[in-house]
Design a protein around this ligand. Sequence first.
Ligand SMILES: Nc1ncnc2c1ncn2[C@@H]1O[C@H](COP(=O)(O)OP(=O)(O)OP(=O)(O)O)[C@@H](O)[C@H]1O
Length: 396
Amino acid sequence: MHPPDADAVLVRHGDVGIKSRSVQTRMEERLAEDLRAHLDARGIDGRVAREYGRLVIHASDVEAATAAATDTFGVVSASPARVVDATLDAITDALAATAREHYHGGTFGVDARRAGEHDFGSHDIGREGGQAVWEAVEDDFEPEVDLDDPDLTFGVECRDARAFVYLEERDGPGGMPLGTQEPLVALVSGGIDSPVAAWLAMKRGAPVIPVYLDLGPYGGADHEARAIETVRHLAKWAPDRDLDVRRVSAGEAVERLDAAVDNTRMLSFRRFMYRAAERVADDVGAVGVVTGEAIGQKSSQTTANMAAVAGAIDLPVHRPLLSWDKQDVITKARDLGTYRDATMNVGCDRLAPAQPATAASAERVVAAEPDDLFELADAAADARDIVPVDPVEVEA
Ligand SMILES: Nc1ncnc2c1ncn2[C@@H]1O[C@H](COP(=O)(O)OP(=O)(O)OP(=O)(O)O)[C@@H](O)[C@H]1O
């Protein structure tokens, strides 16, 4: 829903606003670039400008441009809006026209904000704007004002020489503009958690380079296909980024671990995985590794076992889902479109020993594993190939 003759999208950010002025400017420029990339990827004609202390997209298809904005990291909300001169006459005219088109009875309110030099205040906008709405519809309806919880809210944001009139504030993902952090390698399996973890890292501004470990006979085509499919959904959020999957063959390592290591096998596999990820990270200039691990989710993810594999690599391992409950991860995965039937017994589950250790020590893990585990990981990482990933189509 938008005012007649809407020609812009008012974009609001959140955490960027608490930075110092110079950092904020740099991040807003980044956000503007990201918005342009989303518009381009969807073939939307629009011009992104930093003006009047806000980011504004000037576009004729404001619905499509708003949808692009609310899929952009760093955006807290976006409103398809009509831009008018910052005068009470222009604002009330736009409100009256909007009311004639969109008010169909019920309660209404005018929510006005103002920044800059004007000879009126936000209260004046509220009062005169409310009056204009009332007069525009009173012949056909019995309008009622409710400022606390109206059925229809007329938003006005008056900033310096321009005012934006709108009806909706649509939620974006929040977070920070993508590219305001150094990149991370994301270990993405065919499971539920890792795509959500990767998305959360992206949401905080870190581009990710997806790494998938092909587990050979322990994985299978369906496992890999699922991993690639989830990355296609992530790619939608990062249109100007390389999200091609770096595929590392781990079949040989997995077979050797299966044959040689008993109840600390999964922990040695973790160490192998981290090491391979670190090797890729060093190559692509990433500064950390993201996983979908959460405390207690599996025996390999007890706090004790996380301690046992800590220090396996020099780079930090980021676990955005550390404290999340499974149901919350599933809800988020459904939201992102990355949720798939996870009842399939694939991947690491096939490698797990019957009695996995739940509180191993680092020494015990290292003592039980092949001496050349890290050389194997390095060689596998160096021999990786690339699976090209096309972003999923965005629904119009
Ligand atoms: N085959 C793999 N390729 C890449 N990363 C993997 C792979 N298997 C596991 N991981 C990483 O290790 C984390 C924990 O492993 P776990 O065994 O819990 O994964 P999963 O249950 O198969 O998948 P998910 O955690 O995505 O639901 C994953 O979240 C992922 O980051």
